[in-house]
Design a protein around this ligand. Structure first.
Ligand SMILES: *Cc1c(COP(=O)(O)O)cnc(C)c1O
Length: 821
């Protein structure tokens, strides 16, 4: 009868102390009783687990407080559904946000353990591909920070994104085993599980003479089991829950098979269920035509919605109140099947009529679009969708019929507009358009930067926007300043604090006060010293891992992000080749020493992206070993880009490369991390770069190249890359060096296809933007020779980036979309 007691009647433990001596006692306790180790034989990993468990107890106290507060205030709950959470390491983040970092450091030191050593052992939770997943992770932290009661819902992939290794300069993908040592952060909730069905048929049953109900009889079922990880906000204001689902077989069936002697069959079933959540599907792998991926999307959508509805009924009599009590944010279209699933659950399972279910769904969901790339807009072949989700197919058709009737009522809806609005793409093989489903099923559709949002209205969703002109809005992305300044750059954080006091710690926009120090010689010197120390730290890591020695007084020019043609690592590499050529031809000139650093993973099936990685490594080998360069230029590709590597590279950058083809990068968040840490940006007017220019001032950012409008025009009217290349001596020389095998003597034609693409269509405007880019780089060189001018700009970047905090983004979502918090 314990659960009948209210908390006040239960014996209350004394508040936990954060005295290092007390922490040390608790660490030893966990080591002994939870891990079963004597301190004398404990391995570094054991100390890590023990330290995490001690922090976790304190987090759990706050977690329960937060949950109680949500229940007692009846606050609106926000559910953030995302197929990806690119979390990275959790320990430093959790401990700093708890205010326990220094005490924990001392406690461990008193036991002879270096916290930095064990922190480096924590696996990097890479349950995401790139920016979209990292945004979800920053949002989890910011939702807790600004006190929004929120759950993140996703998948607990046994293997996250692959580990990237280099073999002779080629990318090799290895499985990431982040759970190999267990995961002390998570709580498995065996009791919190739901059945998820696939396939089968739909039957109709007569409830009474007038009412018919649809009943889906799935042919296959798996169980989704919850694993909860606490998400700690800054100053532990609130602790929210990240609930990740793992797939398990339905036991009774297995037992039956097992008992009947079919041991292999039982195992096969079990493996089949578990394979559902085994790996993160590499999302950038162009046409994601994988049935497994659709299964994953439905799996986590259905489990999350069942969970949300169960929780709602604990507090409310029925679902009419759902849109007032709950806001569900769809992070891209991966959870878009949720729109049909919620309608199904409300009507088929809970007995509401279709109209009411549809109305509730529309008022509950909102959707974030992350890409305009046609190949990345999700759609599923109708036969596949129908076979896996027959009832959802019917619901999609029913929704489509309603929408198309609405659309036809609008005077200006042409046949073409109707075709574009339809949830079914009828050109060629019929496909279900997940973007359209998410759009019509949501009351708010947002882009992730001002430019991206405008382009969304003009391109992918032009006709839907004409039909529902009030739905599209902008929420420019942000980054959490805790992970991306306070934790990754403690020296800069300390310096800022000394200069302007503590206000910026809770209100990032107060960084503005640093503007007053931008031209202060003494401050600049200290700012430069911090940058240098961060560069030394990175240089040591590179020396240790790759054996390449770097001069920390050279300009560190960094491009780290997924490898993709639109992000244009190729433009940067071609410029490196041109510069190499110049340095060799003009040894008499004063070249600015530069280190061009690259890191990033390519989708395993993306041929050109993998070739670009190989090109980077081939160019690096030649340039780094050419004595004629006299160390003035180095090129380094660092393998296995992830959050932890970003945390070391971002603070060490002098120059940040944000050079995507204009109109193609929805926002970018890497751009924000660098500028906040005092790097200058060389970039195009793309994504959030546009707003960064507005904030930092155009004199403090190096913008170059074609605008989105220019690119659209060049593509529509046709442009002549061959003529552009032939008109530029620098460019044609660099390209012929690459194409003729100067960097690939073992396979002279290795890169000829890549270069041919530039001559023949240059879809990504690499040739078209080259001259402007090279010129901008020489201007950057000029600036580098004047440290006072350089650092005055660098300081202003840090000072003026406060608006790009994800706390600001979340406040906008909460106020304008969720009406929560
Ligand atoms: C920030 C971040 C990204 C996103 O980088 P962009 O430059 O915006 O594409 C991707 N991966 C990791 C590990 C990150 O930290």
């Amino acid at each position: 009868m314990m659960n009948r007691l209210s908390n006040t009647e239960l014996p209350q433990p004394a508040p936990r102390s954060s005295e290092p001596s007390q922490l040390a006692v608790e660490i030893l306790e966990r080591l002994k009783y939870r891990i079963g180790k004597d301190p004398k034989v404990a391995k570094p990993h054991d100390w890590l687990t023990a330290a995490i468990l001690v922090a976790r107890d304190r987090i759990t106290d706050k977690w329960m407080d937060s949950t109680r507060k949500t229940y007692s205030t009846g606050a609106k709950r926000v559910y953030y559904m995302s197929l990806e959470f690119l979390i990275g390491r959790m320990m430093r983040d959790a401990m700093t946000n708890l205010g326990l970092m220094d005490e924990m450091r001392d406690a461990l030191a008193s036991l002879g353990v270096d916290i930095d050593v064990i922190a480096a052992l924590e696996p990097d939770a890479a349950l995401g591909n790139g920016g979209l997943g990292r945004l979800a992770a920053c949002f989890m932290e910011s939702m807790a920070t600004v006190d929004v009661p929120a759950y993140g819902y996703g998948i607990r992939y046994m293997h996250g994104l692959f580990r990237q290794q280099m073999a002779d300069g080629w990318q090799v993908e290895l499985p990431e085993t982040w759970l190999a040592h267990g995961n002390p952060w998570e709580f498995e909730r065996r009791e919190c599980s739901y059945e998820i069905g696939y396939g089968g048929s739909v039957e109709t049953v007569n409830i009474d003479e007038e009412v018919q109900r649809y009943v889906w009889k799935p042919a296959e079922r798996v169980i989704a089991t919850a694993f909860d990880t606490p998400a700690v906000g800054w100053r532990a204001t609130r602790v929210n829950t990240l609930r990740l689902w793992a797939a398990q077989p339905i036991d009774p069936i297995l037992l039956d098979a097992f008992n009947a002697g079919d041991h292999i069959g039982a195992l096969r079933e079990s493996n089949k269920a578990e394979s559902l959540t085994r790996v993160l599907y590499p999302a950038d792998a162009t046409p994601a035509g994988q049935e497994l991926r659709l299964r994953q999307e439905y799996f986590f959508s259905s489990a999350s919605l069942q969970d949300i509805l169960r929780r709602h009924l604990q507090q409310y009599p029925d679902f009419t109140s759902l849109p007032d009590a709950v806001a569900i944010q769809l992070n891209d279209t991966h959870p878009a099947v949720s729109v049909a699933e919620l309608v199904r659950l409300l009507s088929d399972v809970h007995g509401l009529d279709f109209e009411q279910s549809w109305d509730i769904a529309r008022r509950t969901f909102s959707y974030t679009n992350h890409t305009l790339l046609p190949e990345a807009l999700e759609s599923w072949p109708v036969p596949l969708f129908e076979r896996l989700l027959p009832r959802h197919m019917q619901i999609v058709y029913a929704i489509n019929a309603k929408i198309l009737i609405e659309a036809r009522r609008v005077r200006y809806a042409t046949d073409e507009a109707i075709r574009n609005i339809s949830l079914i793409d009828e050109t060629g093989e019929r496909r279900v358009r997940m973007g359209n489903l998410a759009f019509v099923g949501s009351h708010s559709i947002n882009g992730v930067s001002a430019l991206h949002t405008e382009l969304m209205k003009e391109t992918v969703f032009a006709d839907l926007h004409a039909l529902y002109p009030d739905r599209i809005n902008n929420k420019t992305n942000g980054i959490t300043p805790r992970r991306w300044l306070m934790q990754c750059n403690p020296d800069l954080f300390g310096l800022i604090r000394e200069a302007i006091g503590d206000e910026f710690i809770d209100n990032t926009e107060a960084l503005q006060a640093l503007d007053a120090f931008a031209d202060n010689a003494d401050f600049q010197e200290r700012f430069a010293a911090v940058k240098r120390a961060n560069k030394v730290r990175l240089a040591k890591l590179i020396q240790a891992n790759l054996g390449i020695r770097l001069d920390p007084s050279a300009m560190f020019d960094i491009q780290i992000k997924r490898i993709h043609e639109y992000k244009r690592q190729l433009l940067n590499l071609i410029e490196a080749v041109a510069l190499y050529d110049q340095i060799r031809s003009h040894p008499e000139l004063d070249w600015v020493p530069r280190v061009k650093l690259f890191a990033g993973k390519a989708a395993p099936s993306y041929h050109n992206a993998k070739l670009i990685i190989k090109l980077a490594n081939d160019i690096a080998r030649v340039i780094n070993n050419d004595p004629a360069v006299r160390g003035l230029l180095k090129v380094v590709f660092i393998p296995n880009y992830n959050v932890s590597l970003a945390e070391v590279m971002v603070p060490a950058a002098d120059l940040s490369e944000q050079i995507s083809t204009a109109g193609m990068e929805a926002s970018g968040t890497g751009n924000m991390k660098f500028a906040l840490n005092g790097a200058l940006t060389i970039g195009t007017l793309d994504g959030a770069n546009v707003e960064m220019r507005d904030w930092v001032g155009e004199e403090n950012i190096q913008i170059f190249g074609m605008t989105a409008e220019d690119v659209g025009k060049a593509r529509a009217e046709g442009h002549n890359p061959r003529a552009i290349i032939e008109n530029s001596r620098e460019l044609s020389q660099a390209l012929s060096a690459i194409a003729s095998g100067v960097f690939s003597p073992d396979d002279r034609n290795r890169f000829s296809g890549l270069v041919d693409g530039l001559y023949n269509h240059d879809w990504f405007m690499v040739a078209a933007d080259f001259e402007a880019y090279a010129k901008a780089q020489r201007e950057i060189d000029q600036l580098w020779t004047k440290p006072a001018a350089w650092y005055s700009k660098a300081v202003r970047n840090t000072a003026r980036m406060g608006w790009f905090s994800s706390d600001r983004t979340i406040r906008q979502y909460a106020g304008e979309i969720w009406r929560a918090g």
